[in-house]
Design a protein around this ligand. Structure first.
Ligand SMILES: Nc1ncnc2c1ncn2[C@@H]1O[C@H](COP(=O)(O)OP(=O)(O)O)[C@@H](O)[C@H]1O
Ligand SMILES: [Mg+2]
Length: 383
């Protein structure tokens, strides 16, 4: 059965973007009631008519419903008293001083980690093409290649000869190309010497550097992270550094994915990263004559989505354009936008931005903050 601690853990990922603190820390969580698999979360917003209300509610639901043992989530929303509001403001002010510079990623940026329960399923291909498809919707998008040794983003984006520069403040400037910005160890490692230096680094440390020392666009709407296969260390580091991170899980159509599902659910639970949805990749192959082959079986994506109680975002067919585009830096969503694979990825991107909408930058708490400051200044003026 689900417990309070797990629920509180995932609620720490619901962040008031402007204050950069989570709703638990801000004292907005009032109560958690658990009745079997039915969970009721009561939260207090600064004002009841908070324009952020929908976003906060849906973030709460998405995070809690992903926990094992949860069947339904009900959110009760109330408003804070004046005393609670002023406590919240002092917590927020304290917090702002305390974490002066946690990462270079804005708390307003939505973070989507593209993960899987096993390797070679097309994580990198999907991370690249999803990032581009979301950029094509008009959003500002970044892509971080967290597969430190097995990096593949530079090749996929045709940036094999590119390298990263540092700015005056010794921050790494991300590479810009195809309308997104991206960073990969492949853009840093030039010779054996530097490669060795990086090899001595723990994977989670490398990720930390990419988040702390890269000057990401402060107005990024979405940051996609191409996760390395295997260990949960990187997942854990990611959720510690960017508690707003969420996962998209890539899988193949093979059935009997139960073990994979268990692994993914475990990864999500341990890292407190909710799963937004599943993308099934390599879903069948249709020949030019229209003959359809389900080379890797069928139903695996839906089965995994059902097990995790999240939507199946898309089924991306096997398509030689994906391989060719990946090898030559011509991602399929740009080079062959009318191909079935590109259309499926674009569909997944549309679902994704619907489920995880761009964070609103005007929050009710921010408004209160301005008000509180004005009051303080008035009080100071009178003294
Ligand atoms: N939908 C697809 N159709 C055809 N080939 C694909 C598809 N998705 C991925 N591939 C190919 O499969 C291989 C593994 O994909 P990759 O994205 O590197 O996986 P991962 O990052 O999970 O290891 C690559 O050669 C890639 O081009
Ligand atoms: Mg990869």
């Amino acid at each position: 059965m689900v417990n309070r601690t797990d629920i509180e853990g995932v609620l720490r990922g619901v962040i008031d973007p402007e204050l950069g603190a989570d709703i638990v820390e801000l004292g907005m969580l009032r109560d958690i009631a658990i009745a079997g698999g039915d969970v009721t979360v009561s939260i207090a917003l600064t004002i009841a008519a908070c324009p952020m209300r929908d976003q906060i509610e849906s973030d709460v639901v998405r995070r809690v419903v992903g926990l094992p043992g949860v069947d339904s989530v009900n959110v009760e929303v109330g408003a804070m008293t004046q005393q609670q509001r002023s406590d919240l403001m002092s917590t927020a002010r304290f917090k702002a001083r305390e974490d002066a510079e946690p990462t270079m990623v804005s708390p307003l940026t939505r973070v989507i980690a593209v993960s899987s329960g096993k390797g070679g399923v097309g994580k990198s291909s999907l991370a690249v093409n999803l990032a581009l498809a979301v950029a094509d919707q008009g959003f500002r998008v970044g892509l971080l290649d967290a597969d430190i040794w097995g990096f593949s983003i530079p090749r996929m984006l045709g940036a094999l000869d590119a390298s990263l520069d540092a700015d005056d403040e010794r921050k790494i400037v991300p590479f810009e190309g195809h309308g997104i910005q991206f960073v990969s160890t492949g853009l840093i490692v030039e010779d054996e010497g530097t490669a060795l230096m990086w090899r001595g680094l723990m994977l989670s440390k490398a990720l930390e550097q990419f988040l702390r020392d890269v000057r990401w666009d402060s107005e990024l709407d979405y940051l996609f992270i191409d996760m390395p296969p295997g260990t949960g260390d990187v997942q854990m580091a990611l959720s510690r550094l960017l508690p707003q991170a969420e996962m998209v899980v890539v899988t193949t159509p093979q059935l009997a994915a139960q073990r994979v599902a268990a692994r993914v659910a475990d990864m999500a639970r341990r890292s407190h990263m909710p799963v937004v949805g599943v993308v099934e990749n390599m879903s069948g192959f249709t020949t030019e004559e229209g003959r359809h082959y389900e080379l890797f079986g069928s139903g695996g994506g839906q089965q995994l989505a059902d097990e995790l109680a999240v939507p199946l975002l898309a089924q991306v067919p096997l398509d030689p354009h994906v391989v060719e585009g990946g090898d030559h830096g011509r991602p399929v969503v740009r080079a062959h936008p009318d191909s079935p694979a590109a259309e499926a990825v674009a569909g997944a991107a549309a679902r994704l931005t619907e489920l995880v909408p761009k964070a609103e930058d005007e929050t009710c708490t921010a408004r209160i903050a301005v008000l509180a400051q004005q009051l303080e200044e008035m009080a100071a003026g009178q003294a």
